[in-house]
Design a protein. Structure first.
Lengths: 203, 203, 203, 203
DNA sequence: GATGAATGAGCCTTCATTCAT
DNA sequence: GATGAATGAAGGCTCATTCAT
């Protein structure tokens, strides 16, 4: 029981540090964020942070992973089994809405997921791109399903169309995550995406 | 007259420094780039750089501005006066192609424009966003024109549709700027964008 | 009785820690050795070590003392009562051999005794010097005995000659403790020392 | 001329830093010595030291090299061409005296050359051993010469005898470098070494 | 008695910026 | 005008030591 309590405490502290890190990374960006900043938020010694994360980079990786896991749930709950364009549309809306919800609930996550990169040769940026890819992969599955079932057009370049749709979704999310975004604005984005997906721009 | 020559020389040096800065910022990212790196490329004393730019941040701002000016020419040459969906389509293709050309001619610019951010509170990122808006504004003009002339659908939310199209274009540009991108791949992107713009995804 | 058992247990743990310390100090040197390393070897909490030794320095001192005690036995078994140059020679050989044996049995001890120093102002180094003096003192007794009995030359500066002989012995020991030393090499050293002691270098 | 002056100034500063480093390393030992200590002695910013030496390790290496160069001159001035035991003896005395002179002139050098090591696996320690080897190599040449010319005994194991003599010399040097050593004491050491080298300990 | 979580002093190192030459 | 030597703020990281459990 002592162990359980202790394990729990350790997990809590790891989580606290993670949260402080998210805050500081979101606020200042990777390079300008300092370990001391995070320690200050938690009012703990900065050495303590190193008991939980090997170094600054590892902590940032943990932040990225945490965010990606968070985002991944959004698509994982949406199986590629819709049977009509209407259902498909609903699915895209749900995904957008849940992404927006996550980012609005925690602006810090939006800051990091949508804008943060480290350096020329880092893999955190690649991992963020990977998150984008994750979404694109799922979206592509939806398309394959739609083409198969006949409610999406056959001549579609599924891989690329998936990435285009993903970019539309993320653009919506970005718009929704901006300071002054309103429910109304978000609705306009959502509607327009749907319109374009269904019938394009043509008259 | 001496002054003219001198002024010219000053301008040339400013430009040299700017180019060196673009190279280094693209290669290492803002934080890892050092003033000394740039001076080394130019084989000048690094103190000299401070005679031409107030500080590192100002130099980066200049880099961003230079790139944005470069990009701006792309849309400025395209008047919102097309008369059919086909012409409109051609315009979008031209814009994409010219953006891609710029980025392929100078990979450094792509690196900085598409991926570089500095900190939480920088305005360079905002400026890039602003440039994105510039594109969106032009695209929106094309749309207003298209709706007016009747070849684009009337119920379109022009502002948002413009931003969505812009994001599709930039996504194409990103794909085209990746190391392994081929002419064929770029063509696939271009085609799919056009397809979606014209008729959406539906069967 | 409980106390006796307990006392014994305490002594055993003190000894375990000492041995772990010898291992780590020998391996990494004083500064790079960490208390945590030692605790890890023993699979005990590193806080525990502080219940047995005041601090890192005290632990190192204990290590040094332990080694010195070990070395001291070598000379203490050799009384200054030999009656001929031949017997004297045998004594020197025995001392060398026993020192070599100790260091070869436990390379860690050699590492620490022959090479380790801490800082400018440490007394551990002084203590090693003191141990060297201990040997010199014994050797000097052998010499006093030899001069008295007439088999060593009378004009000898006994104190200094003793230290010189001690240094020759330790040099042999060092040579013997090197990684690639062989029985043959050790024999060569032993023989040459004897030759020099007996008749010098002259033809 | 400007360059000459500047080069000279740079050399002087490099040397100043080296001297400060020798002082601090001698006083505190490698690990406890801090770059800030050295900068404080010179009353310069500690960043300045990094303009002249890559890092702490490189600075220490420079110190070691400087000392070794210093010591090397001692043997390099003594060619292996003596023609009698007497001349040979004189040579050994000169070497000892010059070593002692160096160490007495600069106690710091003695501290570092005779006692300093870094860690388990460093090469600075090896380099000091190398200095010892350097001396041994020269001494061995003297011996080869002596045996060839017939004034040293033929059955000598030259390599080992050389190292033994080297150790005797260094032991003398150590004794002479101790705080309380007097001219008289040094003379006693020198005389006894000579005695042992010439005729050993036997009566 | 044992533990190991927490702490923070302490140190190396980088590099933007200044300014005397 | 150009230079580059000097500076020191700033920050990552380690680990001996303490002490509540």
């Amino acid at each position: 029981m002592v162990n359980i309590a202790s394990t729990e405490k350790i997990a809590r502290r790891r989580e606290d540090i993670l949260q402080a890190a998210i805050t500081v990374f979101a606020d200042k960006g990777y390079h300008s964020a300092s370990i001391a900043d995070m320690a200050a938020i938690l009012q703990i010694g900065h050495g303590t942070i190193y008991r939980y994360y090997k170094n600054k980079k590892a902590l940032f990786d943990a932040v990225i992973n945490s965010i990606l896991q968070n985002l991944a749930t959004v698509v994982q709950d949406e199986p590629p089994t819709t049977d009509s364009l209407l259902e498909y549309k609903g699915q895209i809306v749900r995904i957008s809405d849940r992404l927006i919800a996550i980012f609005q609930t925690d602006r810090r996550i939006a800051r990091i997921a949508l804008y943060e990169t480290i350096d020329g040769n880092n893999d955190a940026a690649d991992r963020v791109t990977a998150s984008f890819s994750l979404f694109a992969r799922f979206i592509q599955e939806y398309m394959r399903n739609g083409v198969e079932k006949g409610f999406l057009r056959k001549n579609m370049d599924q891989e690329i169309a998936a990435r285009i749709v993903t970019s539309m979704i993320f653009e919506t999310v970005k718009a929704a995550t901006v300071e002054e975004s309103s429910e109304l604005l978000i609705a306009r984005w959502r509607d327009e995406i749907i319109q374009i997906m269904i019938g394009g721009l043509g008259a």
